[in-house]
Design a protein around this ligand. Sequence first.
Ligand code: ADX
Length: 181
Amino acid sequence: VQETGFTLWFTGLSGSGKSTIANLLVKRFEEMGRYVELLDGDEVRLNLTKDLGFSKEDRDTNINRIAFVAKLLSRNGVIAITAAISPYSEARQRARGQIENFVEVYVSAPLKVCIDRDVKGLYAKALAGEIPNFTGVSDPYEVPTDAEIVVASHEQTPDESVEFILRRLAELELLRERVAA
Ligand code: ADX
């Protein structure tokens, strides 16, 4: 029996914790014996979308390509997890429209928290004007209004976010059994 595939579409500012939570989820799904593939923003940009920059047009193309791959995977029983900023709601809506079991996960963290974390040191550069069109600083981030799941990464640990997401997926009947917290 093939399991139900779905796409967990993470969205959130750079440094909000998308990749951290997504990587923990990959482990959990593997432990459940599921096929899972993570399309992480940075890794995708090194491969599938190496030709793209950060204009709105390029970001939209980036999202469209990720959505296409996620669609192919999840319709074959795989859990596809995407973790790109995906700042534009229209592009996210397009992805939602073409993927059957689409679950949007908004990792909400105030910009100030992401700036303070500055995991990659990019906010400092963006604030100094060294990186143009930086999301949250000099480029928009359109906050999701219809995300199935919202996790506040400044108010809970990554593990707590993971448990919350797994519970929500059980409620949405995308995971067969309820996972104990
Ligand atoms: S998206 O907008 O197209 O979804 P994506 O997640 O692939 O973005 O890439 C974002 C990552 O690229 C950031 O986490 C950061 O490491 C890096 N980056 C480089 N330049 C920018 C920029 N101008 N805006 C946002 N992120 C940038």
